[in-house]
Ligand binder design. Structure first.
Ligand code: NAG
Ligand code: NAG
Ligand code: NAG
Ligand code: NAG
Ligand code: NAG
Ligand code: NAG
Length: 500
């Protein structure tokens, strides 16, 4: 019914520090240096998650939105309108318009563009025309009458300028700063009884007022719509409990940045331990996402986000596990029994024969991710503490091994799935301390390396199968690509909105 043309009417160093100085060495740094870092780190808070909407995305959104409005217009019934028209010194004509529906409309494609001047959008539509029909009831000097009416509103133009901002809690805010509506002409025909004749005359007389009344109503409608949207934005959560261990904080860090080609939003993107609420001992580095005007939108994550998650889980005590014999898969030729340890730690079967063992495996530091154009590297500084268990349950500490390993992984998106692979770049095992005297660790290192290879084979099989990209009820991502850069990862994509 509403169509486009069927109507004929009328870290300073630490703020950009290398991986190694952020790693275990940190603990050994004298507190003076730590203090200096804080004094010189006037880096402010950099966003770790960036969202970019390109003009392509804006135009697509507008097109879908306009189509939706066009479909909906045909279905709406306008609220009743009551009013009074002064007829003469004898009184006024009280009227009510009810059941007003749109019978026809000419809805030209609106335009929308980024507006750098106000940090927002400028939208406009011109040449909109609407024909409506409904019934009227009126009362004049105790005479009640009813009938029908047809109204046509021609040449409606609406321009509005919407300003984006950020509130104190980091929500995106939107306000309508300019709304300008004009109505070219109004044509109203009233049918039915004698009152219709009076009504018609009154209407003709007040046509100019009706026209400006409609103009005013259009802008108050636009402002109400934007205020509604603002209330929704205000009510949105900026922090999300990911699981029982970590919370993700996603408030805006800066005012939205708008230029002629894109809208850029920067979000904090920090995970922290729900238990300790501690900020990680490193800062988000600034990063600039290359423009991708051929995609509708992009989301970029700094390595800070991943590392804050790593730190959050580490602080929640997640990166530790107690391994006992029943957890060792049968195909691994090792039993956690001191009598079987002779070829690894020769003195063990002699000192503590026939006892079961436990291994306390833990991360000595939080695992650290570094993003490079070629791959994501992951450094894990782990330790294994071995105990023998006496029959009455008493634990005898035996030795502690440090296991430093580095992994290199890749990630890509194909067929709507995120896939990846992991390889081990290095692994070294050293004896950190021993209650049973020293021993050579070569054989143990070979064993741990073998275990890691087996574990990674299983992991790679799962990563190779991939996980589906997030899918919403009303939108899906298409043409999605993932690219790695120094310090961050960017996902650029088109979207397909499925409105029903
Ligand atoms: C922004 O301001 C400049 C100069 O005042 C003007 O030329 C330009 O048209 C404005 N841009 C928009 C989108 O209104
Ligand atoms: C916001 O967070 C609170 C608490 O985490 C939760 O109860 C609520 O459902 C969330 N609201 C939305 C809209 O997600
Ligand atoms: C818009 O801003 C982005 C970064 O915020 C920049 O990369 C891009 O070149 C800018 N575009 C124009 C036309 O100024
Ligand atoms: C090993 O640990 C698991 C899980 O903690 C436990 O269920 C199992 O009983 C333990 N086995 C032995 C032999 O202690
Ligand atoms: C450890 O292995 C030895 C040799 O096979 C065995 O005699 C002993 O019972 C085992 N210890 C435990 C606690 O099962
Ligand atoms: C467990 O047994 C050992 C010797 O077998 C003994 O030295 C130790 O005191 C015992 N511990 C407890 C808690 O009974």
């Amino acid at each position: 019914m509403c169509s486009k043309a069927d109507f004929h009417g009328t870290y300073t160093q630490f703020c950009s520090a290398s991986a190694h100085s952020r790693l275990p060495g940190r603990k050994m740094l004298p507190s003076l240096i730590t203090l200096l870092i804080f004094l010189f780190c006037t880096c402010g808070e950099n966003p770790a998650v960036r969202f970019i909407l390109t003009d392509k995305g804006l135009q697509y959104g507008k097109h879908v939105g306009a189509g939706w409005v066009q479909d909906k217009l045909g279905l709406i019934t306008l609220p009743d309108i009551s009013g009074e028209i002064p007829i003469s010194i004898f009184g006024t004509l009280d009227y009510t318009l009810t059941g007003t529906t749109i019978t026809k409309c000419d809805f030209p494609e609106p335009s929308v563009e980024f507006d750098q001047n106000v940090t927002g959008f400028k939208t406009s539509i011109s040449g909109l025309s609407v024909a409506m029909t409904g019934s009227w009831m009126s009362q004049y000097l105790l005479i009640e009458s009813t009938g029908s009416f047809n109204i046509a509103v021609f040449g409606v133009g609406v321009t509005s300028v919407l300003k984006l901002g950020k509130d104190a809690d980091g929500h995106l805010s939107i306000t309508c700063v300019i709304c300008d509506a004009n109505v070219g002409d109004v044509d109203l025909q009233v049918n039915g009884g004698i009152s219709a004749w009076i009504f018609q005359h009154a209407v003709n007389h007040y046509k100019e007022q009706i026209r400006s009344e409609i103009e005013g109503r259009i802008c108050s409608g636009v402002k109400e719509f934007i205020m509604n949207m603002e209330h929704h934005l205000e009510a949105m959560n900026v922090s999300f409990d990911v699981d029982q261990y970590v919370t993700l904080e996603l408030p805006l860090t800066d005012l939205p940045d708008v230029n002629t080609s894109s809208l850029n939003l920067g979000f904090k993107g920090e995970f922290y331990s729900t238990r300790t609420h501690k900020d990680p001992p490193f800062e988000a580095q600034p990063f600039a996402v290359p423009q991708q005007p051929d995609y509708m939108l992009s989301v970029s994550l700094s390595e800070y986000t991943l590392n804050s998650a790593s730190y959050g889980y580490y602080s929640s005590g997640l990166f530790q596990v107690l391994v006992n014999d029943s957890m060792i898969p049968p195909y691994i030729p090792v039993r956690l029994n001191t009598s079987y340890m002779g070829h690894l730690v020769p003195q063990l079967p002699k000192m503590f024969p026939g006892l079961m063992m436990n291994l306390q495996v833990y991360a000595r530091e939080f695992p650290l991710f570094l993003f490079h154009p070629a791959a994501v590297s992951l450094g894990v500084l782990g330790a294994i503490k071995a105990f023998a268990i006496q029959p009455n349950g008493t634990k005898i500490p035996l030795f502690t091994l440090n296991v430093n390993s580095e992994f290199s992984s890749k990630a890509w998106i194909t067929d709507g799935k995120l896939k990846g692979s992991v390889g081990m770049s290095s692994l070294t095992l050293t004896l950190a301390s021993s209650e049973v005297g020293s021993f050579k660790t070569d054989a143990l290192e070979r064993l741990v390396r073998m275990g890691s290879v087996v574990a990674m084979m299983e992991l790679n099989e799962r990563l190779g199968n991939g996980v589906d990209l997030p899918r919403m009820k009303q939108a899906e991502l298409v043409n999605t690509v993932l690219e790695l850069y120094e310090g961050f990862i960017a996902i650029s994509t088109d979207a397909q909105i499925l409105l029903t």
